[in-house]
Design a protein around this ligand. Structure first.
Ligand SMILES: [Ca+2]
Ligand SMILES: [Ca+2]
Length: 316
């Protein structure tokens, strides 16, 4: 066969292979380098984003655009030595990273208006000199320094992922990354692995899951852990969680009053407990099993999977 003809025949194959390669080959960005890390002390997540030479202003903007599950990003606001230690530990060797602190009115101010009463300055810092208005944290000793914006020694910034401040009116738009499903005028959201932790970590409790549910907004409605008025609603939600194991619902056992209560305060009339469900000492939360019936669990003693799956409802 003529060499040129062979080449002509092979060319389309080569080109399609090239296109296939370009399509499926993953694109790595700096931001993907390290996963957000959970801090059980304050139940937030932290991440170092590598971005050499980035200005403080751009870091602040980029941090706000990031999210982790239902948590939203911001430059880290550090209020205790423990939190500073946690962040220092997650930084790569020899990095220096922007944090959410900058000069204001002769002093310093956190980006979220939190009171500035913890600090960890390096010796002879802050300089508080001309233009040294932005604060970096050093990996090698966890200390801080004020420097000019756009300093080339900066290797990146620290993002802290927080629950957005609950806004009971939910006027400021939908929470990030949520996609609830509509049913009979209500919206439902199944969250699995929305929070992480370690087994037997007391920081993750029913209260916390409840707090997450209430921090979410959708279509002007504030979220709450799911409540059931009838079998029809129970069946619908069962469909959402099928494939999962257990999902925490908005019913809990109030020990003081010895009775079951919905989080929303609506009357407790419908229930769907499994025939085997029994309340043991310490049990205070109720989970839905994947095929629909409910059972009791201890809000502190269950394993991680039970605690991390839950259903949020947005009622009209
Ligand atoms: Ca300085
Ligand atoms: Ca309901």
């Amino acid at each position: 066969m003529n060499k040129r003809l062979l080449l002509l025949l092979l060319l389309p194959i080569f080109l399609s292979l090239l296109i296939l390669f370009l399509t499926v080959s993953p694109t790595f960005t700096d931001n993907d380098s390290i996963d957000p890390l959970y801090n059980p002390e304050n139940r937030n997540y932290y991440q170092f984003v590598q971005d050499t030479g980035i200005s403080w202003n751009n870091a602040e903007i980029s941090a706000k655009e990031l999210s982790h599950g239902v948590f939203t990003g911001q430059l880290a606001v550090i209020t205790t030595q423990d939190e500073n230690d946690f962040i220092t530990d997650l930084l790569p060797d020899e990095s220096s990273a922007w944090i959410g602190l900058k000069a204001s009115d002769g002093g310093f101010k956190w980006i979220n208006e939190e009171t500035f009463d913890y600090s960890n300055w390096s010796s002879y810092q802050p300089t508080n000199g001309d233009y040294e208005d932005y604060v970096e944290l050093f990996e090698y000793n966890g200390k801080w320094n004020d420097i000019v914006n756009g300093n080339h020694d900066i290797t990146g910034y620290v993002v802290e992922y927080i629950l957005t401040n609950p806004d009971p009116t939910c006027n400021s738009g939908n929470s990030p990354n949520i996609n609830p499903v509509e049913h009979n005028g209500h919206y439902y959201l199944y969250i699995h692995n929305g929070v992480e932790g370690q087994d037997n970590d007391p920081a993750i409790t029913w209260d916390y899951v409840n707090e997450i549910a209430e921090s979410l907004c959708y279509e002007g409605r504030q979220g709450h852990l799911v409540t059931f008025t009838d079998e029809e609603e129970n069946d619908f939600v069962t469909g959402l969680i099928s494939g999962g194991d257990f999902a925490i619902i908005g019913l809990h056992f109030a020990h003081s009053e010895e009775e079951l209560k919905w989080v929303t305060g609506e009357p407790f009339e419908y229930s769907n407990f499994a025939s085997s469900a029994q309340i043991d000492e310490g049990d205070d939360i109720i989970v839905m099993i994947h095929h629909g019936p409910w059972t009791y669990l201890n809000g502190y003693g269950v394993s991680l999977d039970y605690r991390t799956a839950f259903v949020v409802e947005f009622s009209p």
